[in-house]
Design a protein around this ligand. Structure first.
Ligand code: GLA
Length: 387
């Protein structure tokens, strides 16, 4: 589906629901993370890029309160003061919208009453941040509609608060940053402490390469509980080590410091985060000098670290990575929070089909549900669409 199709669906959902034309259309993408997993909430480094798939918000002013409908759920949800009085009053998908209104108001903004219709081609439940895309599209629309003075660099934190506080998911700042700050053809090198960004050229096609993403279609299980547990364990480790966050542990001092941790599991969690931060920095260094193929081994090492040290992979994910590597990928790893979702593999452009076929064949041998492969080209971040 093209962005024009999604935009047309959002516009038509708007006129059907509200018998009016939207004032504008705003789009925000899902993401895949090239490398740097579970480093964001440890004040570390990440390197996501935006998918071409986006959520489109068709929006316009309303006399009072907020109304939202979508092409992925029935009915129109209305909310106002009672639902915004405290986080969590609303649940389901509309909570992501109410959460953005709540977080903007909590940050001191006078949010304009609005009617919104959403359409999306970002796969849901695939670990490519469909919820951050939704939050970012709505946030961008409301900021423009209300002419709110909220610089782009501060927007991800507001969207993240919608998710952390209103929806109640303890995620880091990567996904909203990717959705809001990514640029086409680039990967976003983000320092999750200072929030400084560098747009890293990432034109794999120019090198005859492709990023193959494979949705494992594995059922997401225990995601929120396990995610929260990993986060708590990292914060606890930082406390024991006497550092503000695991970002502050240097690779050279890692081995010595690990001995002061109380148990093997905590040692493995810390080792993942510290080595993963280093892998992001190494990847950025290679990409800055155009050595794209050489990032492959770092991707594969990242996967091993997530599988063995952070323990966030599942059999479907490990089988996909193994099959992609055996079929000739330069590197492959799970992307996203874990326990399902997608892998990404760096492959020769003309070998992408063969690698995808090898993953599918491996799934068939194991009796897994068939995976869904697609080639990902870095797209633009949140923006107003011409209308
Ligand atoms: C999820 C979270 C992000 C990040 C990743 C893991 O996508 O939303 O904040 O922690 O997992 O890297």
């Amino acid at each position: 589906m093209t962005i024009d199709d999604v935009a047309a669906r959002a516009a038509s959902a708007f006129s059907t629901a509200y018998d009016d034309e939207p004032e504008g259309l705003w789009a925000a993408p899902g993401r895949v993370n090239l490398i740097g997993e579970h480093t964001d909430y440890n004040d570390g480094f990440v390197l996501p890029f935006a998918l071409p798939e986006r959520v489109v918000a068709a929006a316009g002013p309303a006399p009072e309160g907020w109304q939202v409908c979508s092409d992925f759920a029935d009915g129109t949800v209305r909310f106002g003061e009672p639902e915004l009085a405290e986080p969590g009053v609303l649940d389901g998908w509309a909570a992501y919208v109410a959460g953005v209104v709540w977080a903007l108001r909590d940050a001191g903004f006078d949010v304009p009453p609005a009617r919104i219709a959403l359409a999306s081609d970002v796969p849901v439940g695939a670990g490519v941040s469909s919820s951050a895309a939704l939050e970012s599209a709505v946030l961008t629309a409301l900021v423009d509609l209300g002419k709110l003075d909220l610089p782009v660099g501060r927007r991800p934190a507001v969207a993240q608060r919608a998710e952390n506080v209103y929806v109640g998911a303890p995620t880091g700042i990567m996904d909203q940053s990717a959705s809001i700050r990514c640029q086409a053809g680039k990967a976003l090198f983000l320092d999750c402490r200072s929030l400084a960004v560098e747009q890293i050229p990432f034109d794999v096609a120019a090198e005859g390469l492709a990023i193959l993403v494979v949705n494992s279609n594995a059922p997401h299980q225990h995601v929120s509980g396990e995610y929260g547990a990993r986060r708590t364990s990292c914060e606890e480790a930082a406390r024991i080590l006497g550092v503000p966050a695991l970002r502050d542990v240097r690779t050279e001092e890692l081995d010595g410091l690990l001995e002061s941790l109380p148990d093997e599991v905590t040692r493995r969690r810390v080792r993942h985060v510290v080595t993963e931060n280093q892998r992001v920095l190494d990847t950025v260094r290679l990409l800055r000098s155009g050595r794209i193929r050489e990032i492959g081994p770092l991707m594969t090492a990242s996967h091993a670290s997530m599988r063995d040290d952070f323990e966030i992979t599942v059999p479907e994910i490990d089988v996909a990575v193994e099959a992609a590597l055996t079929a000739g990928a330069y590197g492959a790893r799970m992307t996203g929070g874990g326990f399902g979702g997608c892998i990404l593999a760096l492959v020769d452009a003309d070998g992408a089909d063969a690698v995808a076929g090898a993953v599918a064949a491996a799934y068939e041998r194991r009796g897994f549900t068939a995976p869904t492969p697609f080639v990902a080209v870095p797209g633009p971040g949140a923006t107003r669409l011409p209308h």
